[in-house]
Design a protein around this ligand. Structure first.
Ligand code: FES
Length: 161
């Protein structure tokens, strides 16, 4: 197993997460979350690494990565834009907001811009139903979205790079 795949700090956090569970295998999810936090996605090397670290077959890790939609199975943009199009958000314009992001960035669902800045996808309810339309962008909830606000955000993110 190559420890060099992750930074010392991430490795420390992974090992400490494993110690919190009576069975090492129960730590698959936190280990994958930490891996994605550092790398942005779960690569085949990461799957191999996690399987060895927690001591389970690779197939168990793959099951988690493919079941939970929050795990990226391919590289994503610096700004990962998850727009809720579930019922409460849809009733107040979620689909329109999702469509606007796609149109402005020239993307279809789950695609990433060539400059590696943006990935857009539509997702199911993110538990912020009273403040739709909303999106989860990286770790931040952005609520009460309008098309004007989307334009401003894209401009701001492009400026920041
Ligand atoms: S329906 Fe959008 S957050 Fe629940």
């Amino acid at each position: 197993m190559s420890d060099a795949l992750f930074s010392d700090e991430t490795l420390r956090q992974m090992k400490s997460a494993i110690e919190e569970y009576p069975s090492r295998a129960s730590a698959i999810l936190p280990v994958l979350q930490l891996a994605q936090k550092e790398k942005g996605w779960i690569s085949p090397e990461t799957i191999r690494f996690a399987s060895e670290l927690v001591g389970v077959p690779e197939s168990r890790v793959v099951e988690c990565v493919t079941f939970y939609t929050m795990f990226n199975q391919q590289p994503v943009g610096k700004y990962e834009i998850n727009v809720c199009t579930n019922i409460s958000c849809a009733l107040v314009g979620g689909e329109e907001i999702y469509g606007h992001f796609c149109k402005k960035l020239g993307l279809k669902n789950n695609e990433t811009t060539k400059d590696g800045l943006f990935t857009v996808r539509h997702v199911e309810c993110l538990a912020s139903c009273g403040s739709g339309p909303m999106a989860l962008v990286n770790d931040e909830y952005i609520e009460h979205l309008t098309t004007e606000k989307v334009d401003q955000l894209i401009e701001e993110w492009r400026r920041k790079g």
